[in-house]
Write a new protein. Structure first.
Length: 253
């Protein structure tokens, strides 16, 4: 292999490496991470229902907002079907207010795509309308749910986000997150982590803002996940992500 070919190969190999995990980061990714910290980012965390972004990415959102980045929590619906004994309209009002409180605690902005809980639609019209929301936000990085989660609203959110990313030419970071492993998320093998140990208290408060959604039960489950990811990455608690192989790296806080 001549010198030119060797240099070209090494450049391509470095580009293909995964982004830095908490430990053992590649120098190129550390440089990219430093650049990401210098720029004020626009971040979207999309979830099927109020509470999904908070549980899966609440600590990461705290890390972003503490660094001065702008974060939007984009909910596919307002949780119309999530409170037994309440009408869809009543449940939507309660859960929208809970989402607003959670976002206030996280210093994030709430945004709703206005689909209906349990009745998600993935077709051309909804691809178009969802893509317009993403285009309007002009994100630097987008987090979405795992495409084979148990809940159909999670899967719909994932596909709508993926289509928007493709339509926008893959110009921003694209990451998947996990929730309620064993109940919703399965077969999730992350390679990148965010240390949320110092952010856990605010994540806890944001998740408990969703008082109608049995936070004692669901936070305990998610905390187990965070502690396990912490063991994997060598910290107290962590949130873990799968970055699309064609996504920009170095975007985690």
């Amino acid at each position: 292999m001549n010198d030119f070919s060797r240099r070209k190969f090494l450049r391509n190999a470095a580009w293909a490496l995964p982004s830095a995990a908490i430990a053992g980061a590649a120098p190129a990714e550390l440089t990219a991470s430093t650049k990401a910290e210098q720029k004020k980012l626009k971040v979207i965390v999309a979830g099927g229902h109020p509470g999904d972004p908070e549980y899966g990415c609440g600590g990461t959102v705290v890390r972003y907002t503490e660094q001065g980045h702008a974060v939007t929590l984009l909910y596919l619906n307002r949780g119309e079907g999530g409170i037994p004994g309440k009408s869809g309209k009543e449940a939507a009002a309660i859960r929208s207010a809970e989402a607003a409180k959670a976002c206030e605690l996280l210093k994030a902005k709430p945004l709703f795509a206005d689909q209906i809980d349990g009745q998600s639609i993935v077709d051309k019209a909804h691809y178009d309308s969802f893509a317009r929301i993403i285009e309007g936000e002009k994100p630097d990085v987008l987090f979405t749910q795992w495409p084979i989660d148990g809940h159909p609203d999670h899967r719909a959110t994932s596909m709508l986000c993926y289509e928007a990313w493709l339509r926008m030419g893959k110009t921003f970071g694209f990451y998947y997150y996990e929730v309620s492993d064993g109940e919703d998320t399965l077969m999730f093998s992350p390679a990148e982590y965010v240390d949320i140990t110092a952010a856990e208290a605010r994540k806890h408060a944001a998740c408990y803002a969703h008082a109608s959604q049995s936070p004692d039960r669901f936070y305990a489950l998610q905390e187990q996940v965070a502690r396990f990811r912490g063991v994997e990455s060598g910290v107290g608690q962590a949130e873990a992500f799968v970055r699309h192989v064609q996504s920009r790296g170095g975007m985690l806080p």
